[in-house]
Write a protein that binds this ligand. Structure first.
Ligand SMILES: Nc1nc2c(c(=O)[nH]1)N[C@H]1C(S)=C(S)[C@@H](COP(=O)(O)O)O[C@H]1N2
Ligand SMILES: [Mo]
Length: 197
């Protein structure tokens, strides 16, 4: 057996300058929301849409469910492979709200006014999810309960935890980390870590 070959395959899957971890680090700015009751949470879909919508937790769970296995890459240098995410396809929210063709960007709004931004094509990708379950377990509060975004093809800071709003926008609006020096797009395979990359 030629061991070097195996290593090559693994490194082709892991973006440059990332280290694989089997842990699941917790990383965020601000406070973890601990909801006492699911009624304290809802999700608004608004902006360039025909129908503005508000979903309760139960309404989200009643939507068609999808499951994907993929890798996540944090800009601080850790990657975690083979995460199984279960939730609702991001595109399902776009479809139900009847997004207008003027929408070019999506701004995700999390608790405490934390936001992140991405082009609508990236939001609508098949693997883009609003997830409630990771590796068979309901998300813990620290990892984004009740609902977090997962955009596995971008650095993990785009994957907003504690999502409360999905805004479809004609214009791009830099989010929290994007205003603080991170790259506007964040492709891990091109190492788009900082605004100057
Ligand atoms: N609402 C919110 N979502 C967030 C963040 C944050 O600060 N606030 N940090 C991001 C960053 S930098 C990373 S690496 C991942 C970490 O997710 P985890 O704590 O589940 O590993 O969440 C992302 N989502
Ligand atoms: Mo991160």
């Amino acid at each position: 057996m030629y061991f070097g070959k195996v290593r090559t395959q693994v490194s082709g899957r892991v973006p440059p300058n990332q280290n694989v971890t089997t842990a699941f680090p917790v990383l965020h700015y601000g406070n973890v929301p601990y909801y006492k009751d699911k009624k304290e949470w809802n999700l608004k879909v608004f902006g360039e849409v025909e129908n503005e919508l508000t979903f309760s937790y139960e309404a989200v769970m009643d939507l068609p469910q999808s499951e994907y296995k993929n890798d996540i890459h944090c800009v601080t240098g850790w990657s975690k492979l083979d995460n199984v995410w279960k939730g609702v396809a991001a595109a399902e929210f776009a479809r139900r709200a009847a997004v207008k063709d003027t929408a070019e960007f999506v701004i995700l709004h999390a608790e405490e006014e934390w936001t992140t931004n991405l082009p609508i094509e990236d939001f609508l990708r098949e693997t883009s999810l609003l997830a409630h379950t990771h590796n068979g377990e309901v998300l813990t509060p620290e990892h984004g309960f009740p609902l977090r975004a997962v955009f596995p093809h971008l650095y993990f800071w785009k994957s907003a935890k504690w999502v409360r709003g999905i805004e479809f926008s004609e214009t791009d609006k830099s989010g929290f980390w994007e205003k603080n020096g991170y790259h506007n797009y964040g492709n891990p395979f091109k190492e788009q870590r900082f605004s100057w990359d």
